[in-house]
Structures are given as structure tokens and as C-alpha cells.
Design a protein around this ligand. Structure first.
Ligand code: PLP
Length: 336
């Protein structure tokens, strides 16, 4: 349990970059990525926000509406001004693609945008591959900088490679990107605070400089990142047998959640609900943005002891074959 260097475990960083940028990424080979181990996804976002504040003090960050609520706290405490961009379409419980594209077009050139790489929290709504291509194209036109928060790689499709598709599209299009990775969910390392922050730079020299500056920010903040989780990650990802076991388990988890989405929808339909519940299966990842109001959520809590965030976000990981019928019945009652 010795200290790690300020930038964290090189082995863990190397494996993390392969997951995000691809096993044979030219950017890894060309040493163009500045990367440090971070205190899970939150720490990676915070380090980036502090970096942004220090070196681009006049910049802002565009954050989707809605988003994981901590994003606002992170950039607020880093003193980076925030703007929001359209993301969710409440009526269809899907993506407001037209609104999103308008906001990208209307933002000043060279703006920073926070994008959820996959399994958007809280909505479970992701752009399609085609839509990501259009977003990437427009980012190029506007010279925007995409910062990907990837807290759920593997949880959307069950395949971490597929879930990195948005990032890969941006890379193909020649963007420089930032990326926050977390092993909280996909390795169950919540409390170990295992994550990685990477920034794709112009060239190796710039990457060395950026990494050095990230370390300068980390040093007075926490000195060096935790060692235990980084060992778990690097040992698993370095060993082909353990890695394939992990991939199987990630797929097992994602498939179970997808199965529970189907079961919840079917149960609601069987109860005779006249409403459309397609969004339950259209949405992806750990969360279902049910569309229930805070008042309905309060009733679920008080009358049925079913707990969820007051924005109506159901954690699908908590739904099982044993409780799905009870949940469906309670939701059905809320709309009776
Ligand atoms: N980003 C998003 C979108 C999240 O939902 C979460 C966790 O809920 C995180 C980042 C960070 O989690 P952690 O700091 O535990 O890796």
C-alpha cells in the first residue's frame, strides 16, 4: 500500500485509455493523450474543471438539461461559469435532437460541452449513432471542445467497446477531447474511487505539459490517488482471462437490466394501463426516467415504500423478478 505517483498508476491509466480510445488507438501509440488516475468519475470531472478554470479562465461549460446533479456542483466549485443546453424532450421522453443541435449551433465558437458518453444519467436517453455523427460534425464546424463523462461504459449495451462509440466517432472526426472514466459501476468499485481523466492533445509535447499541469493541480488537492482500486483495475484488465470474465459479467449485468425494463413494461401493459410505456425499453443504462412527478414519487414512497429520486428516476438495478410486479402495480395506481 505504498503511495502511487501524483498521476497515479501507469498500468491502470494504460488499460483505461485502451478501453476509452480503443486497443490499437493511434493516439495512444503517438503518446498524444495526457492522462492521470483520478478519484473516480467525480474526481476526473473536478480535475478537468479546475484545469479549465486555470488555463482558460474566460471559458464556460455547457451542461445538458437535465444532468447528473453533481455536474453543476463540480463546475460551480471550480468557478467555471455554466450554461445549459437542451437534451431531453419531456413529451416523448426521448432526445430533443432539434433543440440540442440548435443550442450547439448557437453557442459561441470554441465552447466547452459536457457530454454523457453513454447511458445518460438521469434520463437513460442516448443519441443514436447517426445523431452522434451529426453532433460531432457540428462540433467541428463550431470548433467546440467535447468533454465526455463516461461513468457507465458497458452498462448501456453490455459491451464496453460499443458503449465507447460516441467517443470513437469524435476521434475519427479529428476532435481533441477530454474524457472522465469511472470504474464505480462497471467494476463495482464504488468506494475505491478508481477512475481516469484523459485529454487528447495536439502532440506528445503538449501531452507531457498537460499531464504535468494536471499533476500540479492534484498535488495540493489530494497528493496522489488511492492504490487499492487501481490494482484491482489493472490486474483484471491486464490479464486476458480475468478481462474476459469481467466482460462477461458486465454483459450479464446489462442484460439483466434490459430484461427488467421489458418485464416492467409488460407488467404495466398487462394491468391495462392505457399509457405508452415504450420509453422504459427505449431508454438505456441503469436508469429509467419514468416521467412521474415529485408528488407521485412522494406517494410511491409513503404508500408503497418504493424509493427513487424525486425527478422520477428509477434505478433499474434495484428492480428484480421478485419486485417488478409490485412496482408496476404501484406505478399503475399513480396514474389511475
Ligand atoms: N458521472 C455521472 C453521469 C454519474 O452518474 C456518476 C455517478 O453516479 C459519476 C459521474 C461519478 O461517479 P463516481 O465518482 O462514483 O465514479
Amino acid at each position: 500500500m505504498e503511495y502511487l505517483p501524483m498521476g497515479g498508476s501507469i498500468k491502470m491509466i494504460d488499460e483505461s485509455l485502451k478501453l476509452a480510445y480503443g486497443e490499437d488507438s493511434e493516439f495512444i501509440n503517438d503518446k498524444r493523450i495526457a492522462a492521470v488516475q483520478a478519484l473516480s468519475g467525480t474526481g476526473a470531472c473536478r480535475l478537468f474543471a479546475d484545469f479549465q478554470r486555470r488555463f482558460l479562465p474566460d471559458s464556460q461549460i455547457y451542461i445538458p438539461t437535465p444532468t447528473w446533479s453533481n455536474h453543476h456542483n463540480i463546475w460551480r466549485d471550480a468557478q467555471v461559469p455554466q450554461r445549459t443546453f437542451t437534451y431531453y424532450h419531456p413529451e416523448s421522453r426521448g432526445l430533443d435532437f432539434a433543440g440540442l443541435m440548435d443550442d450547439i449551433k448557437n453557442a459561441p465558437n470554441g465552447s466547452f460541452f459536457l457530454l454523457h458518453a453513454c447511458a445518460h444519467n438521469p434520463t437513460g436517453v442516448d443519441p443514436t449513432e447517426e445523431q452522434w455523427r451529426e453532433i460531432s460534425y457540428q462540433f467541428k464546424v463550431k470548433n467546440h471542445f467535447p468533454f465526455f463523462d463516461m461513468a457507465y461504459q458497458g452498462f448501456a449495451s453490455g459491451d464496453p467497446e460499443r458503449d465507447a462509440k460516441a467517443i470513437r466517432i469524435f476521434l475519427e472526426d479529428g476532435h481533441q477531447i477530454g474524457c472522465a472514466q469511472s470504474y464505480a459501476k462497471n467494476m463495482g468499485l464504488y468506494g475505491q474511487r478508481a477512475g481516469c481523466l484523459s485529454i487528447l492533445c495536439e502532440d506528445e509535447m503538449q501531452a507531457v505539459a498537460v499531464k504535468s499541469q494536471l499533476q500540479q493541480i492534484a498535488r495540493p488537492m489530494y497528493s496522489n490517488p488511492p492504490v487499492h482500486g487501481s490494482l484491482v483495475v489493472s490486474i483484471i484488465l491486464n490479464d486476458p482471462e480475468l478481462k474476459s470474465l469481467w466482460l462477461k459479467e458486465v454483459k450479464g449485468m446489462a442484460d439483466r437490466i434490459i430484461g427488467m425494463r421489458k418485464a416492467l413494461k409488460e407488467n404495466l401493459e398487462q394491468l391495462g394501463s392505457p399509457l405508452s410505456w415504450d420509453h422504459i425499453t427505449n431508454q438505456i443504462g441503469m436508469f429509467c426516467y419514468s416521467g412521474m412527478t415529485p408528488e407521485q414519487v412522494d406517494r410511491l414512497t409513503n404508500e408503497y415504500h418504493i424509493y427513487m429520486t424525486r425527478n422520477g428516476r428509477i434505478s433499474m438495478a434495484g428492480v428484480t423478478t421478485g419486485n417488478v410486479a409490485y412496482l408496476a402495480n404501484a406505478i399503475h395506481e399513480m396514474f389511475a
